[in-house]
Design a protein around this ligand. Structure first.
Ligand code: ATP
Ligand code: MG
Length: 489
């Protein structure tokens, strides 16, 4: 990992990386040595059994040469020659059997009795194993009779002391042990350094980097840069780098939201103060006897009141969510007129305003929140209709409403250009629906949130001239789904 090559691998890092004797590479070194030694023990027994067989065969071969020499004598060979031959073979006696006749070719003065017999021609692998173990564990003063081939169909027997054979086997075992120890140590070291280089050191660097990142997760300096390895560690690096990137993005977004929240609170705070001043001035307007002033002043006062209440509630609530609706029965026709007056559409020079809501229609809703919903929809319609410069075009905005059982349906329609195709998908999502210059894309998102809080729905109807939004609000006692299923059922 070249990104961390410049990281000093010092022990004084904040993360305790542990005693190297308990580290991964040390454990692997020990385990490799142990495993190789175990494998060596497994092959030791076959090796030592073969060694014993070779040793016996060696004696038999020397015995055959001696027998050939001694049988050349017409009579029994002289004792000193027999003794010399026996010492060459390291045996007590040599006998041959040819044509069914056994002939003692050399024999010590006082040959001991035979304790064990081994025929090297007929010994299986398991027999060899047991003979070797027998010699190593029990052998010392015993005498072995070994039988082998002599000529084409003859047989040779030699009797010898087990002591020499056992000594040779113990010496060979020492050599085998030393060789296997050397192999274990070399293999262990090779495994140790390759694992250390391939795995432990990159892991260690990764660990240090993650540890530093955990102290300062916003710093990109500690982000892992994948080394491009294609093994498991390379996959882990990629996954960690992607997690770090995502967490970094989340931090950025969080900071942006926190900044935004603070900005909104500040704006709201001072806006409330400005509105309070405007409220004082508008209160004084109500005392002017002019009939036009008398007509509009109360609307101005109530709108400013609403704005102050809203600012106040956002400040007090301190959250991005709206306060729960405070529901009462509201006369929709009057609420729609208020919205029209406030947006200026009721006396607009080029836009016709139709309030088709029946006088008797009452909605079970929070009047301030429903006012804000209608205000957003009406403002959108006014903006869309004002865009159209063609004077021959009909510019009309209609608000209508009806009650079906416990559900009130409100429609806000205009004869403007209609909803742009690309906004349809994200229409009610904050900051995403706007294509209008100067638009924030919050109006419809706020409207949808307020309607949802009433248990209702808001949708943009398809296949209508212009744009039509339909709102359904169920009374408090009924959920919209229940009300709909009652209607269809
Ligand atoms: N009556 C309408 N006729 C045509 N397009 C509309 C209408 N109402 C909404 N739109 C489209 O939907 C988009 C999203 O509306 P929304 O009220 O959410 O945001 P905005 O009006 O752009 O900004 P703001 O947050 O100031 O309301 C608008 O930009 C506009 O393109
Ligand atoms: Mg809008």
């Amino acid at each position: 990992m070249h990104q961390s090559d410049d990281l000093p691998l010092k022990e004084e890092t904040a993360m305790p990386l542990g005693d190297p004797k308990r580290g991964l590479s040390f454990k692997l070194l020990l385990m490799t040595i142990l495993f190789v030694m175990f494998a060596d023990i497994l092959i030791y027994f076959p090796l030592i059994s073969n060694f014993q067989k070779d040793e016996i065969e060696k004696r038999l071969r020397t015995g055959v040469i001696a027998a050939h020499a001694l049988t050349a004598y017409p009579e029994a060979p002289p004792r000193d020659i027999q003794a010399d031959m026996l010492s060459q073979v390291d045996a007590y006696a040599i006998a041959v059997r040819t044509d069914g006749m056994k002939q003692m070719v050399a024999v010590a003065d006082t040959p001991p009795t035979v304790d064990r017999s081994i025929d090297v021609r007929q010994t299986s692998f398991l027999d060899l194993l047991s003979e070797a173990t027998n010699t190593l564990l029990l052998g010392d003063d015993r005498t072995i009779k070994a039988t082998g081939a002599y000529g084409a169909d003859g047989e040779i027997e030699i009797a010898f002391s087990e002591r020499g054979l056992r000594r040779a086997m113990i010496e060979a075992s020492g050599t085998i042990f030393l060789i296997s120890l050397t192999i274990s140590a070399i293999t262990g070291m090779l495994v140790y350094y390759s694992i250390r280089f391939l795995f432990v050191q990159p892991m260690r660097k990764l660990g240090i980097q993650l540890e530093r990142w955990s102290h300062d997760p916003e710093a990109t300096a500690y982000h892992v840069i994948p080394s491009g390895r294609t093994d498991e560690l390379g996959h882990a690096e990629l996954a960690i780098a992607s997690i770090q990137r995502r967490i970094g993005d989340m931090f950025k977004q969080q900071r942006r939201l926190a900044d935004l929240g603070l900005a909104v609170s500040k704006i709201n705070h001072d806006l409330r103060n400005l509105l309070a001043s405007a409220q004082l001035v508008s209160d004084r307007l109500t005392s002017i006897p002019d009939p036009t002033v008398q007509r509009f002043a109360p609307k101005l006062v109530s709108t400013i009141d609403r704005a102050i209440t809203y600012c106040q509630s956002v400040l007090a609530y301190g959250k991005a969510q709206e306060a729960p609706p405070n529901r009462r029965l509201v006369a929709l026709v009057r609420l729609a007129n208020d919205v029209a007056d406030v947006t200026g559409i009721s006396h607009h020079a080029s836009i016709e305003w139709v309030n088709a809501v029946p006088d008797s229609l009452e909605v079970d809703a929070d009047s301030d929140q429903l006012f804000r919903v209608l205000l957003n929809l009406t403002r959108n319609s006014v903006q869309a209709l004002e865009q159209t410069a063609d004077s021959a075009m009909v510019k009309r905005m209609t608000i209508s409403g009806s009650r079906e059982g416990s559900v009130v349906r409100i429609r806000v329609a205009d004869t403007g250009p209609g909803l742009p195709e690309k906004t349809r998908e994200t229409l009610f999502k904050p900051f995403q629906g706007s294509v209008r210059p100067g638009g924030t894309g919050l109006g419809l998102a706020i409207a949808a949130e307020l309607i949802r809080a009433h248990g209702g729905t808001i949708v943009a109807l398809e296949n209508q001239p212009g744009a039509t939004f339909e709102i359904e609000i169920p009374d408090r006692s009924a959920s919209l789904a229940d009300a709909r299923s009652r209607k269809t059922g």
